[in-house]
Design a binder for this molecule. Structure first.
Ligand SMILES: [Zn+2]
Length: 137
């Protein structure tokens, strides 16, 4: 998992946007904390789209890439990266979490979603742009 703090780069992809219902259900299976309504989007994209998305995220100078060590190592943003959470600007002043999940992830989209949500629940990535982990870009 890598965290992206996306300030101004415009991103648009084609894929399946997960329903609010699905996201809320996954959230509630993990925590009693209130769901941040209106502050979260999650989509499942085909592999080619995901690779394109990572490419854009990797090459955007205005994106601060904060990665946390997971599974005992620092994860690069590459073809093996199955999901990413980043902060997206939804409006002039409104920020929200955006989760991108690779469709053919070996653990499945549902588990990927739960994993990403657990980072948000744990406060690993917060909307004020302060993310834990090491800034590598
Ligand atoms: Zn992770």
């Amino acid at each position: 998992m890598l965290f992206m703090d996306n300030t101004t780069t415009q991103l648009s992809f084609t894929g399946d946007i997960l329903s609010k219902k699905k996201i809320v259900k996954a959230w509630k299976s993990l925590t009693k904390k209130p769901f941040p309504y209106g502050k979260m989007t999650a989509c499942v994209l085909e592999s080619e789209e995901v690779d394109k998305a990572w490419e854009i995220l990797r090459n955007s100078p205005n994106i601060r890439n904060c990665s946390v060590q997971e599974y005992g190592r620092e994860l690069p943003l590459d073809k093996k990266t199955t999901a990413v959470t980043f902060i997206a600007t939804h409006g002039e002043e409104s920020n929200g979490w955006a989760i991108i999940i690779r469709k053919d992830s070996p653990i499945g989209a549902k588990e990927e979603l739960k994993h990403e949500l657990s980072h948000i629940i744990n406060g690993d990535i917060t909307l004020d742009g302060k993310a834990f982990g090491q800034t590598i870009k």
